[in-house]
Each structure stands twice: as C-alpha cells, then as structure tokens.
Design a protein around this ligand. Structure first.
Ligand code: C2E
Ligand code: CA
Ligand code: CA
Length: 760
C-alpha cells in the first residue's frame, strides 16, 4: 500500500475536520468560540503543509510545503497562546495580552522567511520513498531556533494549564488534564520524530487530533457531575418540599424540607407515599401531571399547601420519572388574614373599625328585613378629662374596658365596633337588648388599672330601626342625638330616639334655616343685664342673645345657642351680637361713657374664625375703646390647643380688651387653669354653688375664690345674685362686681336705659 497516499488522505481528512470545527466554533454563542475558532483555523495550514510535502515528488513543491508547515506552526503557537490566555486567564477585564510571545513568534516567522535568501534554516534532501522521489527536511541553525521557540512556548502553555488544573475544583480539573495530556503526547511524538530522523513527520496528526479535542472540551463539554451536584444542592436548599420518583412511582430522592414534612429519612424513603397519602389524601384520577391546593385542619390551626406533580420524559417520550413539589402557603395566608383583620379591626380595642361596622350593619339591615333592631350609639361623657387627669395610657385602658363590656353584653346576632375616639356603635336585635341590666352596669362603671380608679359616665343613645334604607351614619347620628335628651345624668344612661326627638331634629333644621334672615331682620338682638359694683352703681352690662321670632315668639338662648354651637352656626350669632354691642357702645358715647358691655365668645368661634382680627376690626369700625367691650370666655376654650388659645387671650389684652373668665367653677380644672390663663375678671356663677342644699359650704368656697382672685389681682364678679342677702354677703367677702336677678333680668335696650335712670 502506498503509505504516502494514506498519510496524504489522513491529513486532508484532518484539515477538513478542523475546517468544520472552525465553522462550528465561530457559530457558538460562547465567548470562548472565537479563540477556539482561531486555533482550529491556524491548525489547517500546517496540516496542509504536511499533506503537501508528504505527497510531493517535486523539490519546489516540497519546499513550499515545508514553509507552510513551519510558518504555520508559529501561527498555531500564537493561537495556542491566545487560546490559553482566554481559557485560563481569569476574568475578561483583568486579562493582559501576551504581546512578548507574539513578538517572538513574528520574529521567528521573519527569520524562517529569510531562509530563502540565506539558507540558514533548512534545506531538503532527495531520497527515494516507496520507490518515488521524496524531499526530506534537513534542519539547520534557523530551524533549531524555530523549534526552541515553539517548544518553549508549548512548555509554557503546558505549565499554565498544569498550574490552573492544580488550583481548580475536581470537576473542572479533568478537562485541563485532558488538554495537558494531549499536549505532552504531541511533544513526545515530535521529539521522537526529530531524534529518530524518520523520513516522514507524523506528529502533525497529533496536533490535528489535539485541535478537535480542544474544540470538544471548550465548546461542547459540560461538567455534568458539577451540574448534577449543583442542582441537587439547590433542590435541597429551597424551602419547598421536593419528592423525586422513578418511573414506577417509587421515591428515589427527597430534599430536606420534604424529610421534615413527612418525617422520613434516607433509610425510610419508601414510607413517603404512605405519609403523603395520610396527609393529603389519595388522588382519584391517574393523571401524571396535576396541581391542586390543600387545606389541612381548620380555623387558626389550618395549614395551607399547594401540590404540583410533574412527569419527566426522555427524548423518545418515555417516562423517566416524576417529581412532586409541595409548597407551604400557611405563612402567606396568615399574613393576608392578619392584614385583612388589621384593616377591619381597631388596633386598640380589636373591635370593628367604623367603616367596616357600617358596612356590616348595612348588609344586615338589607338582608334581614323582618327583625327589629336597636342601633346603639355609646358615648363617654367628658372622656377628655380621663386623658387629661390621668394619662392617655389610662385613657386607652378605659376604652379597652368599655370594649370588653360591650363584648360581654352582646349576643351572637349583634354587630359592634368602635366609631371614633370614645364612641362605639352596636346593632342589637331589640329582643336581646336588656335595658335594666345595662342601666345597672352603667350606673357604676368603674375602671381601675390597679393604681387609680375612675368612674366613667357612659351613655347610650338608641335608635329603633327596621326595614330601614336610611344611611347607617344618619341612623347613628340620630342615636347619638338621643343622648342629648338625657336630663337626669346620674340615674339615666339610656336614651331613645323617639318622636319627641324626631320633632326636635325637625325643629332644629327649621330654625337653622331661619337664622340668617333672623340676623338680618334683628329678630335676634341683645338683651342687657346690668352689672353693678359694691356701691350699687351700674358699671356695665352683659349682652345676652334673644330671638324674637314672628311665629314662635320670644326665645331664650337655650332654644337655639346649644344647637348652633353644635352645627357651627354660633359664629354668625356671635358676630352679630358683637356688632350690636359695638353699635350700642358707639351710641352711648357722650351719654354713658363709663359703661362697658360684656359679650360672649363661644369656644366654637375659635375653630371657625380669627376672633382677634374679627373683634378688633369691629372696635375700629365703631371707634370704640377696646376696654369698653369686655370679652367673656369659658374655660372650655382651653380644653383644646391651650397654648394657642392662651396666646390669643394675651393678644386681646395687649390690644386693651378686658378678658373675663365666664362660668368659673363650672368646669373641672378651673383652679388649675387660673394660674396660666391671662384673664382680668373672674365671673363666678352662683348657680353652680347653690346646687347643693346647704348654704355654708358654697359660701366658704366663694369666699376663698374671691380671696384668691384678689391675691392674683383678678377682679371678681359674681353672677346669679338673686337676693339682697347674697349681695351683702358677697360684698363683705370682697367681691367687686355683681350681676343677677336681684338687680335686674336681662332686658331690652330701652328698658336698660330706664333702669339706668332709676338707679342713679
Ligand atoms: P351666661 O353667659 O353664663 O349668661 C348668664 C346667664 O345667667 C343668662 O342666661 C342670664 O339670664 C342668667 N342669669 C342672670 N342672672 C341670673 C340670676 O340671678 N339667676 C339665674 N338663675 N340666672 C341668671 P341666658 O341669657 O339664658 O343665657 C344662657 C347662656 O347662653 C349664657 O350663659 C351664655 O353662655 C349663652 N349665651 C347667651 N347669649 C349668648 C351669645 O350672644 N353668644 C354666645 N356664644 N352665648 C350666649
Ligand atoms: Ca356670659
Ligand atoms: Ca356665666
């Protein structure tokens, strides 16, 4: 057989294979593809060079073959360096180009090419091989140099691969080892050829195979063992349970959560199926892929799972196995439940929030049209005091106690919740409403946290509803409104919204709609009640509102002031009264120059208008000395935003107004406020004191208040003086000013003038 032809064919096949590898490498998306492709491609010329000189019988052709081969090998080395640099060279950005290597190799190429001129590198020798002429390579100095360069580089590459291999993990080491081994074998093969002085160099076959190997390892090879390990690590670490079955449904692997879920371990794997059936029940159908949700247990103990079974097929669609995926949703479900609960439940008392309560009540009233219900509004009287006197923690505690009481007294058919602050709402089937028991409970509702004890005054407004389409908030407003009808605050705690109240609501609406007209037409006008000093001289008057209605006749303030204080319209009444007082004062100029008029400022005014600018505008308009217009303010003004209110009073005094504290003694913290409140006059109401039957104690209290005000340099004024005796007693105590029926009732302006004339 012609060996040279065999080698030729072999080299051509290798060259072809390398060309294919080159194409494939450039097609791959892997970033290493380019450097592999270059290496593959660079191997083609030396292989072709080999094919040429192994088969050629012509000297020149053989020489060209040798040139292609030798120079080609330099390019192969350059590409090998490039590949090694890419393959072993850490991360891309930190890579340095092996420029020195490229330079040496380029120099070698030049040196070899110069062989054409100097003949220093190699020559060819004619011999007969298989009976045909063959030109064998005779290496000179230049060729030896070339070999030294190539082998040094090869050795370096091997060294680099060895170094990397020693550092890398076991799974990757195998691919490096294969490359090293291939390179070493090629080296030995070449060395053998050079030394044995055989006529045909076959080591190029090794390079060719090496090229194909590199292509496979770099582009196709995946460390399966690594993937395997990593996937099983990942699977065992995820929080959900995974069960892997063989095609017969026998469990072959489960992860840690799955072990925890079923309580089996590696040795008792076969129990898995049984345990899962115990937990989740048996499935009826025999579908291979399915998913479903399961709830185990009920109520707060319930556990929520989702199950997914997937089968795994091979390329030929044969079942390879299956896996079950079990996810525990309990936490998520609980979180969702909690969120929903928080949304609908007041976080202090745990009762329904107002919107949710209203929604529930609406639903009930719409769905249950037969039953008669009581809609109950619960309010605590002066709850603010609880927060003020104790602290807000005690206030919260008290609210929780109320919530508890509500819960204890409600039946299953009741709905209840917290409306806002200290108000609660309930819907109770009228048959379940035990008024006697509630009255009894509320007559003595004490709250104690172990240290302090406080009695709460709780009132229920009840609105009977049935088949009602009226807005829940309106129904509650009516129930709330009923509370205002409680007259005996100590013995009655429940008030029903009845026809009388319904009428009152109508009445309120009616007179509210009249108000503006009443002001414009002076139906509402000031009555004046004289204020006297201890010598019996009239020094001024309090302007008190009266409504002389064309239809309903004379109306005292109780008929409209509380209503307008509730709906905010008091501001209009007061502004009107202030203007009337100013007009009077300006009319009195030159006539009653030494008289003042006191006007009332409702606490509500402070919410709606800037009282300072409003009143100072008026005195300017009527050109009145501010001290002539005295301002009566009750201490309740201080209940909210005390600092700011204090500043307002200071501002009044700075402008020359005289500020009087009205109804002193009627509130809860009069004495406390007195020390901070910037007032000039203290109006003490006899009514609050004469409530008690004995006379001695109130007088003692009065005496001390008068003494105290003297010390604080505040003028004392007693109102509600009805008898001469009271007047004398108070004068003796040192009271400076007096007002009351003993002197005169509040009277119209002309009567007041009459009174003045009489009194001088
Ligand atoms: P007040 O400011 O404490 O006014 C004193 C009230 O006591 C007046 O009742 C007066 O008629 C009454 N009074 C005077 N002397 C005696 C007496 O010797 N014995 C008794 N038992 N009562 C006496 P009135 O005029 O019915 O006013 C009631 C309340 O209505 C006033 O209490 C005041 O708070 C409010 N008010 C009256 N007019 C106005 C106003 O124009 N604006 C505002 N915001 N409130 C007003
Ligand atoms: Ca007053
Ligand atoms: Ca008063």
């Amino acid at each position: 057989m012609d060996m040279r032809l065999v080698y030729f064919v072999l080299f051509v096949i290798i060259a072809f294979a390398l060309a294919m590898c080159t194409l494939e490498s450039t097609r791959t998306t892997k970033s290493i593809g380019k450097s592999v492709g270059l290496l593959e491609f660079s191997l083609i010329p030396p292989v072709i060079g080999n094919a040429i000189f192994v088969f050629s019988s012509y000297k020149l052709v053989s020489i060209i073959g040798y040139y292609i081969y030798i120079i080609g090998m330099d390019i192969v080395m350059a590409m090998l360096v490039n590949f090694t640099n890419y393959y072993c060279g850490g991360r891309r950005d930190s890579k340095r180009k092996p420029t020195v290597m490229y330079f040496i190799l380029s120099a070698d190429i030049v040196q070899i090419l110069l062989n054409v001129v100097f003949g220093h590198a190699f020559d060819v020798q004619y011999l007969e091989f298989d009976g045909k002429p063959y030109y064998k390579l005779i290496p000179h100095f230049g060729c030896t140099l070339h070999r030294i360069v190539d082998y040094t580089i090869l050795a370096c590459v091997i060294l680099i691969f060895a170094l990397i291999a020693s550092k890398t993990t076991r799974v990757f080491r195998e691919r490096y080892t294969v490359i090293i081994l291939a390179l070493v074998i090629i080296c030995l093969w070449r060395v053998f050829y050079i030394w044995s002085k055989q006529s045909v160099d076959r080591s190029m076959i090794g390079y060719g195979i090496f090229g194909i190997l590199v292509f496979y390892l770099a582009v196709y090879y995946r460390p399966l063992r690594l993937l395997d390990k990593m996937l099983s690590r990942i699977a065992s670490r995820i929080p959900d349970s995974i069960f892997v079955y063989d095609p017969n449904g026998k469990p072959i692997w489960i992860n840690e959560p799955a072990k925890a879920l079923t309580g089996v371990n590696e040795d008792t794997l076969e129990l898995v199926v049984e345990r899962l059936t115990d937990m989740f029940g048996k499935r009826d159908d025999d579908k291979t892929d399915w998913s479903e949700d399961r709830v185990i247990g009920t109520g707060d103990e319930a556990l929520y799972y989702s199950l997914e079974m997937h089968s795994v097929m091979d390329e030929k669609n044969h079942l390879m196995g299956s896996f079950l995926y079990v996810r525990d949703h309990t936490e998520e479900k609980l979180k969702l439940k909690r969120e929903l609960y928080n949304l609908n439940h007041d976080n202090l008392t745990g009762l329904y929030t107002q919107p949710y309560l209203y929604e529930k009540i609406r639903e009930r009233l719409d769905n249950d049209k037969e039953k008669e219900y009581f809609l109950v509004f619960l309010d605590v009287k002066n709850f603010k005091i609880v927060n003020d006197i104790f602290n807000s923690a005690f206030g919260d505690f008290a609210l929780c106690r109320i919530a508890e009481w509500i819960k204890e007294n409600m039946t299953e058919d009741c709905l209840y919740g917290r409306i806002a602050g200290d108000t609660f709402g309930m819907l109770v089937p009228s048959d379940d409403f035990d008024a006697d028991k509630i009255e009894e409970d509320l007559s003595n509702f004490k709250v104690t946290d172990g240290n302090v004890e406080h009695q709460l005054h709780i009132y229920l407004g009840v609105n009977a509803v049935s088949k009602s389409d009226t807005d829940v908030s309106v129904l509650f407003d009516r129930a709330h409104f009923a509370i205002s009808s409680v007259t005996d605050e100590y013995n009655t705690h429940i008030a029903f919204y009845d026809d009388k109240l319904r009428e009152k609501v109508m009445w309120d609406q009616k007179i509210s709609s009249y108000l503006h007209e009443a002001i414009e037409t002076m139906q509402i006008r000031p009555y004046l009640q004289p204020i006297t000093d201890n010598g019996g001289n009239v020094v001024g008057a309090e302007a008190l509102a009266r409504w002389i209605h064309p239809e309903y006749g004379f109306m005292p303030p109780v008929k409209f002031i509380p209503l307008f204080e509730n709906n905010g319209m008091i501001v209009d009444v007061d502004k009107h009264m202030w203007r009337c007082a100013c007009r009077l004062l300006s009319e009195w100029k030159g006539k009653h120059d030494d008289l003042f008029i006191s006007v009332n400022i409702s606490p509500m005014d402070f919410y709606y208008i800037n009282v300072v600018s409003e009143i100072s505008k008026l005195v300017k308009e009527y050109d009145i000395e501010p001290k002539k217009l005295r301002l009566e303010i009750t201490e309740t003004v201080m209940m909210n935003d005390a600092d700011n209110r204090m500043r307002i009073l200071e501002e009044f005094r700075k402008q020359g107004f005289i500020v009087e504290m009205d109804d002193f003694g009627s509130g809860y913290s009069s004495l406390n406020l007195l020390k901070d409140m910037p007032v000039d006059v203290l109006k003490i109401d006899m009514k609050f004191l004469s409530d008690s039957t004995e006379n001695e104690k109130p007088m003692k209290i009065l005496k001390n208040i008068i003494k105290l005000s003297e010390e604080l340099e505040i003028i004392s004024l007693t109102e509600g003086v009805e008898t001469k005796q009271q007047y004398q007693q108070l004068s003796e105590m040192g009271c400076k000013l007096f007002q009351g029926y003993y002197f005169s009732k509040p009277v119209p302006e002309d009567e007041f003038e009459e009174y003045l004339k009489k009194s001088v």
